[in-house]
Design a protein around this ligand. Structure first.
Ligand SMILES: [Mn+2]
Length: 299
């Protein structure tokens, strides 16, 4: 993996799901102003945990301002941004595999998962292409040595196995995007585990409908509490699991920063980590959370 240009402190920001106004508000709360050299931003960096985009119709207008903002923060080394399953799926939707076939099938359900993004960029436009190209450049995981980050699941064996498919910056090599959506290719399962989390097969009578109406025959595993996953030496930060209530660590070593900012006036959450001085005994449970003020519902 290529060497990261790090500062002293990191803020891991949960799944934004196109809520740009909540991000603006959160950056005020932590006094992070990349344009002001007196702001604490000079010693700090943000880590977006993935899932910048969403389907909610009332956030169409926030997609482009959010994407432009995050891209410029990444370019200026004020931030890192991980690939989330929503960006991953959007890439598959926009990737053609020969004659009218798409890496991710153009079903209504697959469209509905990111139709606000498609509407915001205008599907098939140059703007659409530009953001798909940027999504493809995002890393699948980041190792900051004192702390690690990934969208859904840090699985050491899967990470070792996926490395040959990755560029030095941990983005997927251009030649392998079709394989990532091919269920018969090992890359499909590797990506599913890292970006969507491991699942287990349910008995037929326990199948359920998810929030999009799709019948699910598999259930997400709480991998951080599963003995099959060896406890990491350093803390791991994830998003993806849409928690509720007051932010707290999932375990001694795993923090999730996704508190469902997509919905209503739920806050956008971030968690702070100190890199200097690097504390090797760092426990995830010691790190403070910050969250955007609850926004008044716009009439
Ligand atoms: Mn997700």
């Amino acid at each position: 993996m290529q060497k990261l240009q790090l500062k002293e402190r990191l803020y891991f920001i949960g799944d934004v799901h196109a809520r740009h106004s909540k991000l603006i508000n959160l950056l005020e709360v932590i006094d992070f102003d990349s344009n002001n050299s007196n702001s604490s931003a000079k010693n700090e960096q943000l880590v977006f945990i993935g899932d910048l985009i969403d389907s909610v119709p009332d956030c169409v207008s926030e997609h482009l301002t959010l994407l432009n903002h995050v891209e410029s923060l990444v370019k200026s080394n004020h931030a890192f941004c991980l690939l989330g399953n929503h960006e991953f799926n959007a890439i598959g939707w926009a990737t053609q595999k020969g004659q009218g076939n798409w890496a991710r099938p153009h079903t209504d359900n697959n469209r509905n998962q990111h139709n606000a993004f498609l509407e915001a960029v205008e599907e098939g436009s140059k703007e659409h292409e530009r953001w798909i190209t940027w999504f493809k450049s995002l890393p699948l995981f980041l190792d900051f040595e004192a702390v690690k980050a990934i969208h859904a699941c840090w699985d050491e064996q899967v990470i070792e196995r996926i490395k040959p498919y990755l560029n030095p910056d941990n983005s997927l090599k251009e030649a392998h995007w079709l394989d990532a959506f091919d269920e018969t290719h090992e890359l499909f399962t590797l990506c599913e585990t890292l970006l969507k989390g491991p699942e287990r097969q349910l008995p037929a009578e326990q199948a359920f409908k998810d929030k999009t109406g799709k019948i699910r025959t598999q259930k997400r595993i709480e991998w951080w509490a599963d003995s099959a996953y060896k406890e990491s030496i350093v803390p791991i930060v994830i998003g993806h699991y849409t928690l509720s209530g007051l932010p707290k660590a999932l375990s001694q070593k795993v923090v999730c920063v996704d508190y469902n900012a997509a919905k209503g006036d739920n806050p956008l959450v971030c968690c702070q980590f100190e890199l200097v001085p690097a504390d090797k005994s760092l426990l995830a449970t010691n790190n403070p959370f910050y969250y955007s003020n609850k926004l008044k519902q716009m009439a």
